[in-house]
Design a protein around this ligand. Structure first.
Ligand SMILES: [Zn+2]
Length: 206
């Protein structure tokens, strides 16, 4: 069983999947899905489409130059079958894969280095340019705190009622009704608050 790589996006094409196009000079083109096949028929350049491996490698977003990547490439020199060679190759494949993964991880980490500081700087600039955002955030926090307090108060009330006991059924019924009324009122109040709240589209990290 051989897992081919898609001619367009380089994703794996498993047996029974995708489509193969054979040009009249007998060159095979395998595609992982109709998306890749269609793009190929439109004569699009995979290097210019951001979702392909070709683009990512050309743009320096993925490990492209590495000795571990050369093992899988095809060579035009035929190799005579040798049982020992096959055994060592199979053993080596796992090890090379391991090394490749580690290098890719390191490459990614190196590429993403400094992003946090950059984001923080952007956020700080945003705050400096639009100080009104901080006020919006304060309102947001206040509403949150109010909600939390209401919840706690309700919990405390419930605990009290539980302590009062089951014998006072009638009273409990009344208090429950009252409570539901109160709840409704607070809900309406919150809705009004939300309506009056200025709309903050940009979320700011702190
Ligand atoms: Zn593909």
């Amino acid at each position: 069983m051989r897992v081919h790589a898609c001619h367009f996006c380089s994703s794996p094409v498993y047996p029974g999947h995708g489509i193969m196009f054979v040009r009249n000079d007998a060159k095979e083109f395998r595609f992982c899905r109709s998306k890749c096949h269609k793009n190929f028929k439109q004569r699009r350049n995979p290097r210019k489409l951001k979702w392909t491996k070709a683009f990512r490698k050309a743009a320096g977003k993925e490990l492209a130059v590495d000795s571990t990547l050369t093992f899988a490439s095809r060579r035009n020199v035929p190799v005579r079958y040798n049982r020992d060679l096959v055994a060592t190759t199979l053993k080596g494949m796992a090890r090379i894969e391991e090394i490749r993964k580690r290098r890719e991880r390191a490459f990614y980490k190196n590429r993403m280095k400094g992003n946090k500081e950059k984001d923080l700087a952007v956020d700080k600039k945003l705050i400096a340019d639009h100080p009104e955002l901080l006020k919006m955030r304060a309102v947001e926090l206040r509403i949150k705190e109010e909600k939390r307090q209401a919840k706690e108060a309700k919990k405390a009330q419930e605990a009290e009622e539980a302590e009062m006991g089951v014998s006072e059924d009638e009273e409990m019924d009344v208090s429950e009704e009252e409570e539901s009324d109160e709840e409704e009122e607070s809900n309406i109040r919150q809705k009004i608050l939300l309506k009056n709240k200025p709309k903050s589209r940009t979320r700011v990290k702190f």
